[in-house]
Design a protein around this ligand. Structure first.
Ligand code: 23J
Ligand code: MN
Length: 294
């Protein structure tokens, strides 16, 4: 494996030199990180099972829950699948569907232009694709949420995590592991509307958002629940403070995540690329995490 990696580095270097390409890839190969060889190593590690791919999405179907905003606000439709043909007179040799779906349905990506504070900032089509990829840090608050469905990540939550796992790395996706994904197949449980008429699910809030946008370098945050803000964030000032602060700072959101229990606290790399919907404020997405198997 090592010998092969070295050989590939050599091949890349020689190829670069032979081509007389004063390319920055050749320049970079001479430095510490040989980018082409690293990608070959990743590919080999995937084939050998040394790197696993974890699917962080929930299945998208007609039962997928959608957020319920109170009147007078409009709500989003969910997902609907419409058959075009299935090996029948409308298409004897092929099966295909079309679908309709809200931008913010199921496992999805929130772009900065989704929020008033981010008006004029990137939508899904104009966001820089390099910012879809970054190291994942996973903050496990499963115990706190089991005792309190209204749990909101604070600065103290993050500082306690960093004391144990180290500083959040640059360009990180900060993911909140809550256990809430186990409710995703039951809209009533997932939204958890109480007798007070409020939804009670956990999330990020004003303090975590201010800390992460001002004092750390992140791509965005992700949660298992229906939104990145906690349900009770609807009643905060500003309403939905994580949305307001994150998107105002040009950061992204990921919601309805699954399988966070399969990620280490640090060490995974997350890729979350939304559809290139023109002026899309968000998009269903299938985030995948690359995880060292050992
Ligand atoms: C619209 C209004 C409030 C919220 C949301 C959408 C979301 O959670 C979302 O999917 O971005 S909180
Ligand atoms: Mn959204």
């Amino acid at each position: 494996m090592h010998r092969l990696t070295l050989n590939l580095t050599t091949v890349a270097l020689v190829a670069g030199l032979l081509a007389c390409a004063p390319s920055d890839s050749a320049t970079r190969s001479a430095g510490a990180a040989a980018a082409p060889a690293d990608l070959m190593a990743l590919s080999q590690n995937l084939a050998s099972g040394d790197v696993r791919v974890v699917d962080l999405s929930q299945v998208l179907n007609e039962q997928t829950p959608v957020i319920q905003l109170p009147p007078p606000f409009a709500n989003t439709p969910g997902y609907e699948r419409h058959l075009i043909s299935e090996f029948d007179e409308k298409g004897p040799g092929w099966y295909w569907n079309w679908f309709s779906v809200g931008e913010h349905t199921g496992t999805h990506f929130d772009a900065p232009c989704h929020w008033a504070t981010g008006k004029g900032l990137e939508c899904v089509d104009t966001a820089e694709p390099a910012r879809f990829v970054g190291p994942a840090v996973v903050i496990d608050v499963t115990d706190e949420v089991a005792n309190n469905p209204d749990f909101i990540v604070t600065r103290a939550t993050i500082e306690a995590w960093e004391a144990e796992h180290g500083r959040i790395p640059p360009r990180a996706w900060v993911l909140m592991r809550s256990g809430w994904a186990s409710r995703a197949n039951d809209a009533k449980e997932f939204l958890n509307v109480g007798e007070d008429g409020m939804a009670h699910y956990p999330g990020f809030g004003q303090e975590s958002a201010e800390f992460l946008t001002r004092e750390r370098d992140i791509l965005g945050v992700g949660t298992e629940a229906i939104g990145t803000d906690a349900g009770i964030g609807a009643a905060h000032d500003p309403a939905f403070p994580n949305h307001a602060i994150m998107h105002g700072a040009g950061k992204f959101g990921l919601t309805n995540l699954a399988n966070l229990d399969q990620l280490p606290p640090v060490g995974a790399v997350l890729i979350a690329a939304p559809l290139k919907l023109e002026r899309g404020s968000g998009s269903p997405v299938r985030p995948i995490a690359l995880v060292p198997a050992r």
